[in-house]
Design a protein around this ligand. Structure first.
Ligand SMILES: C[S@@+](CC[C@H](N)C(=O)[O-])C[C@H]1O[C@@H](n2cnc3c(N)ncnc32)[C@H](O)[C@@H]1O
Length: 222
């Protein structure tokens, strides 16, 4: 299996931000890393198997999955980086006033404060040297990372749950996944029928086997 050497954390930070974004940052919010399916055994298997230099977490919310992925890198002695991609604005469902999810986002004058919550969690947990936040749309982030020559050993897709978005995210991040790498998607569950449909179509399109490990869907790049 190929796992091409990737730049270290400090270099990825410079490539993306041109500066150390943690310098002078003060954690303003108490830890709240609540989320969904953030600590899943499929992550343990992927990281132990691939020992990825770069993990891309697409859709990070308050950082639950990112924190677990960083913890697994450390536990496995892998000096890798988790690139954490999110608009930090919430998904469609978090803006539905009737969904019960709306109030999970702290807001100031209508603007979600997810980035502050995420950054506070990363700083409080002491994993700043293995996480690089990338506050962008999943599409822009994929194109940016591709242009920078970043190749991931593991991609976790957990952003939009709409069919077209899941297909697009899967295709874009597949392009920057190393051979042998894992693409793990969240919410392979009847509550999200469009995710199930997109995951199946994507696996068929690429001619790879889809493994369902409730509630994740998993494919590996040949
Ligand atoms: C279900 S949450 C992620 C949960 C997280 N993985 C965890 O462990 O708790 C989905 C996240 O995807 C982000 N998101 C939705 N659409 C996006 C897009 N097109 N680009 C980037 N982020 C997006 C939202 O802002 C939200 O934080």
């Amino acid at each position: 299996m190929t796992n091409p050497p990737q730049p270290p954390h400090a270099q990825i930070m410079q490539m993306i931000h041109g500066t150390d974004i943690y310098a002078g940052y003060v954690a303003t919010m108490p830890e709240d890393s609540s989320g969904w399916n953030s600590r899943h055994p499929s992550f343990d298997e992927a990281i132990a198997t691939v020992r990825p230099g770069v993990v891309i977490d697409v859709g990070v919310w308050k950082g639950g999955s990112t924190l677990y992925l960083a913890e697994l890198l450390r536990r496995n002695g892998v000096p890798g980086t988790v690139i954490a991609v999110d608009t930090f604005l919430g998904s469609l469902e978090h803006w539905d006033r009737n969904s019960g999810l709306f109030d999970m986002i702290p807001r100031r004058h209508g603007l979600p404060l997810l980035y502050d919550q995420f950054m506070s969690n990363i700083v409080r947990r002491g994993v700043t040297r293995s996480v690089v936040p990338l506050p962008q749309t999943s599409t822009n982030a994929a194109l940016l990372l591709r242009g920078l020559g970043i190749v991931a050993g593991l991609v976790h897709i957990d952003a939009s749950h709409e069919y077209d978005d899941v297909m697009k995210d899967s295709r874009l991040y597949w392009d920057i996944l190393a051979p042998g790498g894992y693409l793990i998607g969240d919410d392979y569950h009847p509550y999200w029928p469009e995710v199930i449909r997109a995951a199946g179509d994507f696996a068929r399109e690429k001619g790879v086997a889809l493994v369902a490990h409730d509630p994740k869907w998993i494919v590996r790049k040949p």
